[in-house]
Each structure stands twice: as structure tokens, then as C-alpha cells.
Design a protein around this ligand. Structure first.
Ligand code: NDP
Ligand code: 8X3
Length: 252
């Protein structure tokens, strides 16, 4: 693990940021990426000074196919030696029945959660294949295992991540590249603020009256997966708040 390099998409907030902090604390060098440059820069400054690791920032909208392939393709050779890819960038946009859905919300979720994950993976997986080593962790969701009312398109995108995680594992295992997935239930991050288009009051209500997961809980799981010996792959982890036994039940 020393001198390993991890690429984390969506590191400017929530789960991605917590994974960056956890991996940095374990001495892993990082490429952190997201759209919000200032946040990436301040996280990079924090992690470099606290842990003495190397951090490279990449301002990237994962929906932009050309930009993803070009920016990753143009990384200096040493930064193409990516040992761990965390496909975390993603979002929910809207919560309501399909027959009243906002089609722009749908495009955003499909383009980010499915196509964005594919573009980043398409750029990085061949680099791992060439080195005959690597680990890809996709951040799926309980929404990729179950479907809940009004979650339609978000659930569909996370079911796609579930399928892609399996397909990528089948296709890459012959080359020594591991693929795993982490599927969390409710984690308090900026997720619900984004889902409700900036309505913080409505977002706060999602996490009222029960102990939700923290981004750090997911970061611990990601580190567990990443720190297994070479012959061990964790295919899938479903991690729920104790008070949320299935996606649609929360005991408050
Ligand atoms: P946050 O909103 O806190 O973080 C989302 C991250 O994704 C941000 O860093 C954001 O960065 C990045 N992102 C969003 N769109 C893009 C884009 N087009 N290009 C690049 N980066 C993008 O939410 P979470 O941390 O909760 O979400 C992280 C992942 O976890 C998502 O895939 C989500 O679906 C999944 N998840 C979340 C759960 C939860 O309850 N919170 C539960 C299960 C899964 P920026 O805006 O700067 O680009
Ligand atoms: C986020 C968890 O249950 O809000 O993926 O869809 S949920």
C-alpha cells in the first residue's frame, strides 16, 4: 500500500471527501476530482500539510465525455499509475412519481451516475489492465438493490451501477484488476440538498429523528476493501443505518 495512488471522483463533498481524508491518513497519494475547484484546492492543501502525501486536483465534470478522456489521458505518466479508483461522483435530482418527473432531472442523473461512471472507468481501467493490478470501488446505493416510491430514475441509475460493477468484475478479473461496490443507505451529506434542488430545510428533515450513517462510516468500509491482501476481493457491501432495515422504512 505505501506509495499507492487513488483517484476519487466527487471528492469535493460528502462520501468522496471522507474517503479522501481516510485514504490520506493511511498514506495513500491522491488524485481528487469534482467540479468545484476551490473545495478541491482547500482539501488538497489540508491533506498535504496534515499527512505529507501528494495530492493532485482534477476539475472535471464526469458528464463531459471528451474532457474526462482527455484530462485523464493527459495526466503525467506517474499519475497514470492509479492503483485504486473510487467511482463516487453521483447525485439524485428530484423525488416524485415518474409520470410527473422532470426530464432534465432524469438526464442529469443518468448522465452523471451511469455515463459519468462509465467515462471515468473507460479512461482508467485500461491503465490498470496494462499494469495487471488495481481496484475499482463503485459507490452504488441501497437504491441499486431495492426500488422505493418516487425514487424511480435514481433507483434505475443505481441498479445500473450494480450491473456494471458485476460486469466490470467479470471482465477485469482475468487481468488481476479487482472490482467491488459499496451500497449505502441514508448518509447525511449534501445529497438531499442536491436532490431537493437546494431546499436545505426539506433536506434536513430526511435525517431527523434517527441516527443516519456518516460519510466516515462509508470511508471506513472503502478502506477495508482497499486494504485487503491481493488475493481477497470484497465484491459488495450493503451498509445501512440500524434504524433503516430496508430503503423505504426508517424508524424515527
Ligand atoms: P454529495 O452531494 O455530498 O457529494 C456528491 C459529490 O459528487 C460531490 O463531490 C460532487 O462534486 C460530485 N459530483 C456530482 N455531480 C458531478 C459531476 N457531474 N461531475 C463531477 N463530480 C460530480 O453526496 P454524497 O457524498 O452523499 O454522494 C456520493 C455518492 O454516494 C453518490 O454517488 C450518491 O449517489 C451515493 N450515495 C449517497 C447516499 C446518501 O444517502 N448520501 C447513499 C447511497 C449512495 P461537485 O458538485 O463539486 O462536482
Ligand atoms: C441514497 C440512499 O435511500 O436516499 O442513495 O436512495 S436513498
Amino acid at each position: 500500500m505505501p506509495n499507492s495512488l487513488a483517484f476519487i471522483s466527487g471528492a469535493s463533498s460528502g462520501i468522496g471527501m471522507a474517503i479522501a481524508r481516510k485514504f490520506a491518513s493511511e498514506g495513500i497519494n491522491l488524485i481528487i476530482s469534482a467540479r468545484r475547484e476551490e473545495r478541491l484546492q482547500s482539501l488538497a492543501d489540508e491533506l498535504k500539510s496534515k499527512f505529507g502525501i501528494a495530492v493532485h486536483t482534477l476539475v472535471l465534470d464526469v458528464r463531459n465525455r471528451e474532457d474526462v478522456l482527455q484530462q485523464i489521458g493527459q495526466l503525467p505518466a506517474t499519475l497514470q499509475n492509479i492503483d485504486i479508483l473510487i467511482n463516487n461522483a453521483g447525485l439524485a435530482s428530484g423525488l416524485g412519481p415518474m409520470h410527473e418527473g422532470d426530464i432534465d432531472d432524469w438526464e442529469k442523473m443518468i448522465d452523471t451516475n451511469v455515463k459519468g461512471l462509465l467515462y471515468v472507468s473507460r479512461a482508467i481501467a485500461p491503465l490498470m489492465k496494462a499494469r495487471e493490478k488495481g481496484l475499482i470501488i463503485n459507490i452504488g446505493s441501497i437504491a441499486g438493490k431495492e426500488v422505493y416510491a418516487n425514487g424511480n430514475v435514481y433507483c434505475a441509475t443505481k441498479h445500473a451501477v450494480d450491473a456494471l460493477s458485476k460486469a466490470m468484475r467479470i471482465e477485469l478479473s482475468a487481468f488481476g484488476v479487482k472490482v467491488g461496490q459499496i451500497c449505502p443507505g441514508a448518509v447525511e451529506t449534501e445529497f438531499s440538498v442536491v436532490r431537493f434542488h437546494g431546499d436545505k430545510e426539506r433536506a434536513d428533515k430526511v435525517y431527523e429523528g434517527f441516527d443516519n450513517l456518516l460519510a466516515e462510516d462509508i470511508a471506513e468500509a472503502a478502506w477495508f476493501m482497499a486494504s485487503r491482501p491481493g488475493h481477497v476481493n470484497i465484491n459488495d457491501m450493503v451498509i445501512m443505518p440500524t434504524a433503516q432495515p430496508i430503503a423505504s422504512i426508517i424508524h424515527r
